[in-house]
Write a protein of this length. Sequence first.
Length: 144
Amino acid sequence: METEAKKDAPEAAPEADVVTKIQDHIALICARFYNFIGALQRDAPPAPLHGETIPDERHEHLENEIKVMRKEINESLTSLESLIQQLPDLSSIPESTQWQEAAGLEAAGENEAATLEKELQTAKQKLHLLYNAHGALADASLPH
């Protein structure tokens, strides 16, 4: 069943799949940076005030965390670079052709948006009719 659904589904262009993977990977990297910075802020030793000394008990643990974080970020950036390398080389396609293709895609998107807007309006009208019918049935069913 699942394979039949996959066969019936329209296949996206491979470039679009790579772009989606890149977007997802960048989101993952951003989330890691956010979490890593939060962890570093949480675990950082306090700053000394006016020459007071701070015990060095958590510095080793923090250094190990930083090494792990650095390794994860480097691995993520390396895999991002490999995804970027999978993008097609557009330098051989003239810029005017690229603009024409972009304009065509934009027009197709606008047509699809208009179609979806019409379907939305039709669905809203049907929903309004259903609400009215439900109200009429409720009024008829309730004793007066």
